[in-house]
Design a protein around this ligand. Structure first.
Ligand SMILES: C[S@@+](CC[C@H](N)C(=O)[O-])C[C@H]1O[C@@H](n2cnc3c(N)ncnc32)[C@H](O)[C@@H]1O
Length: 212
């Protein structure tokens, strides 16, 4: 993770693998992110086909599965896949586990998800992949589908985790997504207090794009 001398270089797949091999999951909260759990208490999102990119150990995957979502869990690290597969088996989760690069999702997934749940994946990728992230999210979500997540404002240089400012979210997402809400959350884990943007984005339909 960020040690100050890897500004904008980011992580390779091998770097992530090493974290799992060394059992160093310093980002892992060991539970679904509290702001997301709280959001679900406030709003009753109906179960649908959902995807969690860069799912890691998969706490958010399990959270959604327990709420009745059919979840596709994606991660390209062997270590993450081992953990999430065991969670799927133990809990009889509905959905599938994909061991692959999120940005290379097959075209059969185009417009197939009603929800994409983001938690410390956007900040994990190199910022030069952010456009590609939006492109992929737009490609795989149904029109009107939701991208809900936490975006990490580290206020630090370098990464991962890479700093995400409010303006970054607006800049990258607003042409393809309607920003339904974007605010700092009070419910972050202690080490991330006041540093997380809780965001609800709705993929624009062709009609809503034409209206603007
Ligand atoms: C910081 S961890 C976050 C894990 C999990 N979302 C969490 O919050 O606990 C980032 C994860 O993204 C995965 N990852 C990074 N780039 C990826 C990519 N291009 N495709 C799929 N997974 C990726 C890494 O293997 C790692 O498990």
């Amino acid at each position: 993770m960020n040690n100050g001398d890897n500004v904008q270089v980011g992580y390779s797949r091998e770097d992530w693998e090493r974290h799992y091999d060394e059992d160093d999951l310093r980002w892992d909260l060991n539970e679904a992110a509290p702001p997301l759990v709280h959001l679900w208490k406030e709003k009753n999102f109906s179960p649908c086909k959902a995807i969690v990119p860069g799912c890691g150990a998969g706490h958010e995957v399990l959270f959604l599965a327990k709420k009745g979502f059919n979840v596709t869990a994606v991660d390209y690290s062997h270590g993450a896949i081992k953990l999430i597969k065991s969670t799927f088996k133990k809990n009889n989760c509905l959905g599938e586990v994909l061991h692959q690069d999120f940005f290379e999702l097959d075209y059969k997934y185009n417009e197939s998800f009603g929800l994409m749940l983001e938690h410390t994946f956007f900040c994990a990728i190199n910022p030069n992949m952010r456009q590609e992230y939006v492109k992929t999210a737009k490609r795989i979500l149904k029109p009107g589908g939701y991208l809900i997540g936490l975006f990490y404002e580290t206020n630090e240089d370098g990464g991962p985790p890479f700093n995400t400012k409010k303006e970054d979210i607006e800049k990258y997402f607003s042409s393809s997504f309607k920003i339904e809400s974007l605010s700092k959350t009070l419910y972050s884990a202690e080490q991330r207090l006041e540093k997380e943007w809780l965001v609800v984005l709705k993929k624009r339909t062709q009609e809503s794009i034409n209206e603007n």
